[in-house]
Design a protein around this ligand. Structure first.
Ligand SMILES: *Cc1c(COP(=O)(O)O)cnc(C)c1O
Length: 320
């Protein structure tokens, strides 16, 4: 079509140019796309991909720390579970995906990396409205390790706002399928910024606390931990906290966490592959307890990073 437009002598098409793109604005990393390993800049998908047009995609994020993947098996389980629930198929099995992830990290040279595997519904050659005619697309990438909380925030604790936005309910989207339906979370973030906070927690459909943009939340009261049970992505860092609590003899349960309970907690922290266990010391402008990072949070932060050296939970990247 564009060629016809030009042939009719109407508005000539501007030359294809990348000059408006600053390649340095992309993180340094390696992607796998359509059978090739690429730098991040040329790793692009079609605007007709359902992943982009309809958020029709699932993904998982795993991290590499000191040259080893952390709990990669659990991330692969979740990713393949999401694919099955969304009726997507990819031409790789678990071993194949693991190998691609290893290659992305090894080629990037990063010793600590944020590694994502994803599958979109893809596009169909006819732009069909039938998702069964789309060709599913698997891709992966490794970029430098990133954290929800920066170094300063890890030192003093995050300042969080509780937004009144409601997380998309599980009856609409099974939260165990890690997904890009983030408009609720992004609207929550803007609420938080408007109130001078650094990140947000949003609610579940019953008005209890759910989760934040890419993280789960825990509170500690009288030495006992709790985290929202329903309507949240079952995070692998959340699961790791349960595992660590079992080993350390701490009581932890998944249950409803009301807004008032969170505000009255002794300690609050959030959990994500992007940053691990991260302290929260202020909620809606008020200090959590005395406003200092509490002992249980400190203990779990330490245990979490110690476990990265445990061969049971880590697998070394095969660097060349
Ligand atoms: C990924 C994610 C989390 C955290 O899960 P981890 O497996 O610990 O990284 C929490 N909530 C949402 C919505 C997420 O997408």
């Amino acid at each position: 079509m564009s060629r016809n437009v030009a042939a009719r002598g109407t508005q000539p098409l501007p030359p294809l140019s990348e000059s408006h793109i600053d390649p340095h604005s992309y993180p340094d990393g390696v992607a796998f796309l359509d059978g090739q390993y690429l730098l991040m800049l040329p790793a692009r998908i079609s605007v007709l991909d359902w992943g982009f047009l309809h958020s029709d995609a699932t993904y998982d994020t795993v991290h590499v720390w000191n040259g080893s993947f952390f709990r990669l098996d659990l991330h692969l389980d979740r990713f393949f579970g999401g694919l099955e629930k969304l009726r997507m198929t990819i031409p790789f099995d678990r071993q194949g995906v693991a190998e691609i992830l290893h290659n992305c990290v090894a080629l990037s040279g990063h010793r600590s990396a944020y590694v994502e595997m994803l599958c979109t519904r893809g596009a169909s050659p006819t732009f069909s409205r039938d998702p069964r005619q789309a060709v599913n697309r698997f891709m992966a990438f490794a970029v430098p390790f990133g954290s929800v909380a920066n170094a300063e925030q890890l030192q003093r604790g995050l300042h969080v706002a509780i937004s009144d936005k409601v997380r998309i309910p599980p009856a609409s989207i099974d939260p165990a399928i890690k997904n890009y339906h983030w408009l609720d979370l992004v609207r929550g973030l803007y609420d938080a910024y408007d109130r001078g906070a650094e990140t947000a927690l949003i609610l579940d459909f019953n008005g209890n606390v759910a989760e934040g943009p890419g993280f789960n939340v825990f509170c500690v009261k009288d030495g006992k931990l709790s985290t929202p049970a329903t309507g949240v992505l079952p995070g692998i860092t959340r699961r790791t906290v349960f595992d660590l609590c079992a080993q350390a003899g701490l009581a932890a349960t998944a249950a409803d966490v009301g807004v008032a309970a969170l505000q009255a907690a002794d300690e609050v922290f959030i959990t994500s592959t992007a940053g691990g266990v991260m302290p929260v010391t202020m909620i809606d402008g008020a200090a959590v307890a005395d406003g200092k990072i509490g002992p249980v949070t400190r203990q779990l932060m330490a245990l979490y990073w110690q476990k990265h050296d445990d061969p049971a939970w880590s697998s070394p990247v095969h660097y060349p």
